[in-house]
Structures are given as structure tokens and as C-alpha cells.
Ligand binder design. Structure first.
Ligand code: GFB
Length: 317
């Protein structure tokens, strides 16, 4: 069951974010019209504004990549913001898409929706089978509500709304704020600044023993466009590369890319979070999709982007 983007009006909600901007880049090679809206034009947390925008612009397809996102510390520090804003954004966009007759919508979730101690690799049906990781349970519950909402609109209204659950993403356009970002941009910035300043050590949060799966955001965008075309069903689809690495090994890879040769210091006052969240990507691979960017290549690309854009990158939010 394929869905053609050619000739369609495709709304990328969250186009300024890392995933949204990667989707805009990837859609440039599709014969479609990309629609975007800036936050000062329409705040996606405002239901009336979102309904007015959809009624006026009538997109055929929607990539819902808009969300309040952040790393482990941001999630743990701002639970009300992560729960409220994400529930509001996704609820408004999914409902307005249905009301305005959108033909297909893809909702972007996150691998943190799974239980803290889910079986590894994590299959899609591990959802709601155990307690969540406390540090990001707020974001996780919002994202679980979003994927269930897509399922509910399919069941009640026949809406072809699908959900994708990506693993930890990184790459151009990431957030490099040292307190609120994810691990890869934080380590890239810390390693680069330590080398430039001649600082002898690089601080890693936690023990470094947790393991994470990482996918470059351009691979993720390609997978999302692929799923929009080929996937239609009630269940969500994990999006990842099927391999993981320890935070300690990741730190050594980033230090090597950044040319930092000092030693590592562990800040044990910071949380480790979930010990592992390697996703089972059998369902995604069965659709014929494969990642193309290795972690080594991806880290080098992300580092190059940061160095070229550090004057304008999101160094603090
Ligand atoms: O990427 P991260 O913040 O988020 O942390 P999660 C991953 C691991 O890297 C944790 C360690 O064990 C951190 O303690 N880490 C080491 C660091 N140094 C640093 C550092 O300087 N900064 C950061 N941020 N981490 C996120 C969720 O969990 O996963 C989000 O909080 C989202 O909501 C995302 O779901 C995909 O991978 O632990």
C-alpha cells in the first residue's frame, strides 16, 4: 500500500528543529510542495490557531516532528513543560489534520516510550509492559499518548495516521546547550572547547556504562519519508540502526573526532538514565529500509557542522 508524495502539499511541523530541518532537506528530492509555519505565526500549542492554519493551508500530508525535546537533565528538570507542551502540540496537530482531511500523517515519538528494563533489543510490543525510566517518563507518556491518538483516529475515523519511534538522533541542527541537550552534541561541544582551551580533562555525566543506539538525523529523515510512502497500519514502527555503544566508548569516539587528547572525568551527580535502549528494527527492515551513515561518519559530520555553525548554533536555549 504505497502513498505518493509527488504533487502533494506536505506540512513539516517543527521544520526548524533537527529532525524537521532534516525532513525539509530530504523532501527537496521529492516532487512535492513543502509547507512550514514559524512559531511566531502559529504556536502549535494553541488549538484555535492550529485549526485556522490547517483550514487555510489544507496540507495533503503531515510529518509531525514538532515537540519540546531535550536530554536526560532537561526532561528530569522540566516535567510539566515536557508533558503539557507535547500533549498540546500533538493533540492539536493530529485533530486538526483529521478535521481538514489530511490524507496521511506521520507522528514522531521516541525510544524512551519503552519500559526502563525492556528486553533488548526492544520490540514494538514491549510498549506499556513495565515501569518507565523516571527521568523522562513525562516525555514518554506524552509520546505514548500521541501514538495511541494516531491509532484511535485510525480506528474511529479511518485516518491513515502512522507513528514512528526513532532511537537517539544526532546531527546538523542539533541543540548544543550543555545543560539541556542530548549526549552527542554535549560531548562534541565539550571536547572541542576543551581542546581549544587546552583544558586537560573532559567531563562525562554518570558512569559511562549505559549503552545507547544512535542514528544520524539524515538517515532518520530518509526512514520517515520511506515509511510515509510504504507503511500504513495501527502499530508504531521502531526507527534505528540496530547497534549500540557504551557512553564511555562514544566519548572516546567524540574525543578522537574533536582531536581532544586529555582524560575523562565522571560527574556522578548526573543520572545515567536507562541502562540500555537498543531497539528491535525488524519491522522497519522488513519494509526494505537500511541506514547508510555509520556512527563514525555521522560523528565527523555532526562535529563539522558544529564547528562551522557554532556562532549560530543553539548553544543555549
Ligand atoms: O542523550 P541523553 O541526555 O538522553 O543521555 P537519554 C544519554 C546518556 O549519556 C546518559 C550520558 O547516560 C547520560 O548520563 N551523558 C554523558 C550525557 N555525558 C553527557 C552530557 O554531557 N550530556 C548529556 N545529555 N548526557 C533521552 C530522553 O534519554 O533520550 C529524551 O531524555 C529522548 O527524552 C532521547 O527520549 C531519545 O538517551 O538518557
Amino acid at each position: 500500500m504505497s502513498y505518493r508524495l509527488a504533487g502533494k502539499r506536505v506540512f513539516v511541523a517543527g521544520h526548524r528543529g533537527m529532525v524537521g530541518s532534516a525532513l525539509v532537506r530530504r523532501l527537496a528530492s521529492e516532487d512535492c510542495e513543502v509547507l512550514t509555519v514559524s512559531r511566531d505565526q502559529t504556536d502549535l500549542r494553541d488549538q484555535d490557531g492550529v485549526r485556522r492554519w490547517f483550514a487555510a493551508n489544507r496540507p495533503d500530508a503531515v510529518f509531525l516532528a514538532a515537540a519540546r525535546v531535550g536530554g536526560i537533565l532537561a526532561n528530569d528538570t522540566y516535567p510539566a513543560d515536557f508533558l503539557h507542551d507535547n500533549l498540546a502540540i500533538q493533540g492539536n496537530v493530529i485533530d486538526a489534520a483529521f478535521r481538514s482531511g489530511v490524507g496521511k500523517l506521520l507522528f514522531l515519538g521516541s525510544s524512551c516510550i519503552y519500559p526502563k528494563h525492556a528486553p533488548q533489543p526492544i520490540p514494538e510490543d514491549a510498549l506499556l509492559t513495565g515501569p518507565l525510566e523516571p527521568t523522562n517518563q513525562w516525555y514518554a507518556i506524552a509520546k505514548i499518548a500521541g501514538l495511541k491518538m494516531c491509532e484511535a483516529y485510525r480506528r474511529q475515523h479511518g485516518a491513515d495516521f502512522i507513528s514512528a519511534m526513532p532511537t537517539n538522533l544526532y546531527g546538523p541542527g542539533d541543540n548544543f546547550d550543555l545543560e539541556k541537550s542530548h549526549v552527542i552534541p554535549a560531548l562534541i561541544r565539550k571536547a572541542h572547547e576543551a581542546r581549544l582551551a587546552g583544558v586537560p580533562s573532559l567531563t562525562v555525566w554518570g558512569t559511562g556504562t549505559p549503552r545507547r543506539e544512535f542514528l544520524h538525523v539524515d538517515d532518520a529523515a530518509d526512514a520517515l519519508v520511506h515509511l510515509m510512502a510504504v507503511y500504513s497500519g495501527p502499530g508504531h514502527v521502531n526507527v534505528g540502526c540496530g547497534e549500540d555503544v557504551s557512553i564511555l566508548d562514544l566519548t572516546r569516539m567524540v574525543a578522537s573526532v574533536a582531536g581532544f587528547e586529555g582524560n575523562l572525568v565522571h560527574d556522578l551527580s548526573k543520572p545515567d538514565g536507562t541502562p540500555r535502549k537498543l531497539m528491535d528494527v525488524t519491522r522497519l527492515k522488513a519494509t526494505g529500509w537500511e541506514p547508510r551513515i555509520s556512527l563514525e561518519e555521522g560523528l565527523a559530520d555532526a562535529f563539522r557542522w558544529f564547528v562551522q555553525h557554532q556562532a549560530t548554533a543553539r548553544l543555549s536555549v
